[in-house]
Design a binder for this molecule. Structure first.
Ligand SMILES: NC(=O)C1=CN([C@@H]2O[C@H](COP(=O)(O)OP(=O)(O)OC[C@H]3O[C@@H](n4cnc5c(N)ncnc54)[C@H](OP(=O)(O)O)[C@@H]3O)[C@@H](O)[C@H]2O)C=CC1
Ligand SMILES: CCCCCCCCCCCCCCCC(=O)OCC(=O)COP(=O)(O)O
Length: 324
């Protein structure tokens, strides 16, 4: 007891001594400077999106549509891309009508083209640049998924998925990159998937396209940092969109089923909000998945044989279900 209270009075004495020392105002001042710096950083984040020219591919539906909404609300000057002119026009109308009293917002522009057609992408990029004269942020979001066994899938289907998910993003990025390099600024984001980090059975074409995407944009990040250009790769788990409905099957037909995992996935608006936040904070690689997919990503690297065992048993089970 005596020992404890004497210790307390010693530390109290030391505190009094410290507060009256010439270092005390210095420490207080440093804390103040750090707090002010944090505040300035936050203010800078907001100005980063306000007035920024943001291009969103696959803006006609799902996650792209939600990205368009949240970036518009944050004051971005949008260029919406997709194939479906009518759906894009509806979104432009909706956003133009959604004025914000808190923040200056802009009526979006739109450019329609097929991302899997490399020549169409090159001329669309010229149109995209003409909308506002430059691009600050490119969000490569458009994508299609796939369902099928490798045994029964046409090579043409593998090419189709690769053309869309990988070469589409590569072509648009490459077409817009020189103007970013010239301006010594820009941010390129891409929506990959958990399946860009781990491959699961019956998704070969999709997982391969997302692994390629991850690799390309990791290389890009390293190469363009010297020009002041940021690269963010987003790897979400299941999101509640029409991705599975629009997926292509082994023979090239549409899958047309809303899978349970997709229907029970995360709200696309929440994912878009996280993306807005991460782009403004210049995050480089963002995994947006639950506990098991996240664990699976680590197990793939740290204990691959366990991961392969789980995937093989998953494949056997799914095959049995299909056959029954
Ligand atoms: N939903 C999920 O569970 C997950 C999705 N993702 C990724 O999120 C991204 C967005 O998908 P999501 O919103 O879920 O799915 P959707 O099917 O709702 O949206 C896909 C978008 O891509 C566009 N698109 C498809 N093919 C082409 C093409 N050839 N040319 C131009 N645009 C095209 C579609 O536009 P159009 O109107 O022209 O068809 C549509 O706007 C994809 O990259 C996907 O891989 C990642 C992880 C999970
Ligand atoms: C003892 C601990 C073991 C830990 C390992 C657990 C292994 C669990 C397997 C998890 C697999 C997760 C797959 C997630 C897939 C996913 O979220 O994909 C997102 C998409 O892109 C969806 O596209 P899809 O067309 O497949 O719907």
């Amino acid at each position: 007891m005596f020992f404890q209270s004497s210790r307390r009075s010693v530390s109290k004495g030391k505190l009094m001594e410290f507060t009256s020392s010439p270092f005390f105002p210095l420490v207080l001042g440093s804390i103040g400077v750090v707090a002010l710096y944090q505040l300035l950083l936050r203010v800078r984040q907001k100005t980063h999106i306000q007035n920024a020219v943001v291009v969103v591919t696959g803006a006609s539906s799902g996650l792209g549509r939600e990205c368009a909404k949240v970036f518009h609300a944050a004051g971005a000057r949008l260029v919406l891309c997709g194939r479906d002119k009518e759906r894009l026009q509806d979104l432009v109308k909706e956003l133009t009508g959604a004025a914000d009293s808190q923040r200056k917002t802009y009526p979006p522009s739109m450019v329609t083209f097929d991302l899997s057609d490399t020549e169409a992408v090159a001329s669309a990029a010229v149109e995209v640049l003409q909308c506002f004269g430059h691009v600050d942020i490119l969000i490569n979001n458009a994508g299609i998924s796939y369902r099928g066994t490798i045994l029964e899938t046409d090579v043409q289907v593998h090419k189709q998925v690769m053309d869309m998910n990988y070469f589409g993003a590569v072509a648009l990025t490459k077409a817009l990159l020189p103007s970013m390099v010239q301006r010594r600024s820009g941010h390129i984001a891409v929506v990959s998937s958990v399946q860009g980090k781990i491959a699961i059975p019956f998704r070969s074409a999709y997982a391969a396209s997302k692994h390629a995407t991850q690799a390309f944009f990791d290389c890009l990040r390293a190469e363009v940092e010297q020009f002041g250009i940021e690269v963010s790769v987003f790897s979400p788990g299941y999101i509640r969109t029409n991705l599975s409905v629009n997926a292509v099957t082994g023979n090239g037909s549409k899958y047309s089923v809303l899978d349970k995992n997709t229907a029970e996935g995360r709200d696309p608006h929440d994912i878009a909000m996280v993306m807005l936040n991460c782009v403004s904070r210049k995050k480089k690689d963002v995994l947006l998945a639950g506990v098991f997919p996240t664990l699976a990503v680590y197990f793939r690297t740290l204990c691959p044989s366990l991961f392969f065992f789980i995937m093989a048993s998953r494949a056997r089970k799914e095959q049995k279900l299909k056959d029954s």
